[in-house]
Design a protein around this ligand. Structure first.
Ligand code: UDX
Length: 446
């Protein structure tokens, strides 16, 4: 919404939320307080806020004033009931639709921005039309393809913008209205229009295809370790085939983030629902492989350290699910830490952007052991050298650029010997570390 406001000064953009603290932070003079860390976001908000970008908790007014409403609430995986652990929980979307139906006094275009399972638009439309007060609603699907950490860049220079709508005169008019918004900065040939259902399904499958590549390369990283092939060389060889391409072929401790796992599980659930078990199993395997990779990394740490990490200090570099974000949702760090805590390790974490509070919420959410025990065995440090002091091992979990530039000699000198490095992102120079004296493990490498 900030980027839309930045690029379309003639459009008034109001972001409304029930969470008062969040809105307060979005309005804070101090731009470092914005609830989301994203390179370039501060500058965008600084320019547009107060001009044509507003943040408010007055939802009723926001709905009444708007001609176009973006539903951008979260759609987490259900944790209970039918579809538990797989289907998307649409309660917030439904609540939004009901609120819009209640407060609206003129015709509106409703844009589904949240990632939704295919055919949600029909439910949204049903709820909106039940009110029967003569108001017309057009529902569009406009999934977001930006990735965190590069959100502003991705939006300003999007490969494509997808808009799905109904094949009726009103539907076409609504599509055109949204095309005009994005045409303020994107060339029209990058704005793809489709029917509603294609647009909804494209988002889920785009993420499934990307995640599938990571699981494929991670599966091969395990094979490389058995055969003395080198995963980065294999990735390069595969990636230089232009039909395959070089992106999303970096071996890692496993993908995280709010989208991949959730969207694939959602896709699996839809396939089962429509009676396609083989298709469901096929996509589920992407998740199974991702869990395997996290598990494999944690086991590698334990086995390499003489089969025990009990009371040993292990330093984690990174807790976020990838670099340049403070987002930790589904981060591999959480699961790797959990496994090592099961083995009674003491984990000291350093991450440039993640807060201590967030880290404890993540680990306590798993509910594997008491919060008191988590607090005792897991510590957040403000300084990486402090996190590594007297540690037996360093595990690189997130690919933050700064980790590469640390004084590794200094880290080595302050650690217990033998000093281990487990590079879960293959970002460090193995030979340089070995010449310092480290024992180094990297994914899919000798
Ligand atoms: C993803 C999609 O890319 C985006 O289009 C969609 O709108 C939302 O979901 P995001 O979750 O922000 O975006 O991050 P992304 O950059 O795709 O990375 C996802 C995970 O995969 C991260 O944990 C990342 O570290 C990991 N990854 C990515 C790899 O392990 N290897 C790679 O080669 C690429």
């Amino acid at each position: 919404m900030s980027v839309i406001a930045l690029k379309s000064p003639h459009i008034k953009v109001t972001v409304v939320d029930v969470n008062e603290q969040k809105i307060k932070d979005w309005n804070d003079e101090n731009l470092d307080k914005l609830p989301v860390y994203e390179p370039g976001l501060k500058e965008v908000v600084a320019e547009a806020r107060g001009r044509n970008l507003f943040f408010s908790t007055d939802i009723e007014k926001g709905i009444k004033e708007a001609d176009m409403i973006f539903i951008s609430v979260n759609t987490p995986t259900k944790t209970f009931g039918i579809g538990k652990g797989m289907a998307a929980d649409l309660k917030y979307v439904e609540l939004c639709a009901r609120q819009i139906a209640e407060y609206a006094t003129n015709d509106k275009i409703i844009v589904e921005k949240s990632t939704l399972p295919v055919r949600t638009a029909s439910s949204v439309k049903r709820i909106l039309s039940e009110q029967n007060n003569g108001i017309k609603f057009s529902v569009l699907s406009n999934p977001e393809f930006l990735a965190e950490g590069t959100a502003i860049k991705d939006l300003l220079n999007a490969d494509r913008m997808l808009i799905g709508g109904e094949d009726t005169p009103e539907g076409k008019e609504a599509i055109e209205a949204l095309v005009e918004v994005y045409a303020n900065w994107l060339p029209k040939d990058r704005i793809i229009t489709t029917n509603l259902w294609s647009s909804e399904l494209s988002k889920l499958t785009a993420n499934a295809f990307l995640a599938q590549r990571i699981s494929s390369i991670n599966a091969l990283s395990a094979l490389c370790e058995k055969t003395e092939a080198d995963i980065d060389e294999v990735a390069k060889a595969i990636g230089s085939d232009s039909r395959i391409g070089s992106k999303f072929l970096k071996a890692s401790v496993g993908f995280g983030g709010s989208c991949f796992q959730k969207d694939i599980l959602n896709l699996v659930y839809l396939c089962r629902y429509f009676g396609l078990p083989e298709v469901a199993d096929y996509w589920e395997q992407v998740i199974i492989l991702n869990d395997y990779q996290k598990h494999r990394f944690a086991s590698k740490i334990v086995h390499t350290m003489f089969n025990t990490v009990t009371d040993k200090k292990i330093c984690f570099l990174g807790w976020a699910f990838k670099k340049d974000t403070n987002d930790t949702r589904e981060s591999a760090a959480i699961y790797i830490a959990d496994k090592l805590l099961d083995d009674h390790a003491n984990i000291h974490v350093y991450d440039p952007k993640v807060t201590e509070e967030r880290m404890y919420e993540d680990i306590n959410y798993l509910n594997t052991r008491s919060e008191a025990l988590n607090a005792e065995k897991l510590t957040m440090e403000k300084d990486p050298y402090e996190a590594a002091k007297d540690a037996h091992a360093i595990a690189v979990i997130t690919e933050w650029d700064e980790f590469v530039t640390y004084d590794w000699q200094r880290l080595y000198d302050s650690m217990k010997k033998p000093a281990f490095v487990f590079d879960g992102r293959n970002i460090l120079d193995r030979e340089a570390l070995r010449s310092i004296g480290f024992e180094v493990y990297a994914l899919g490498k000798m």
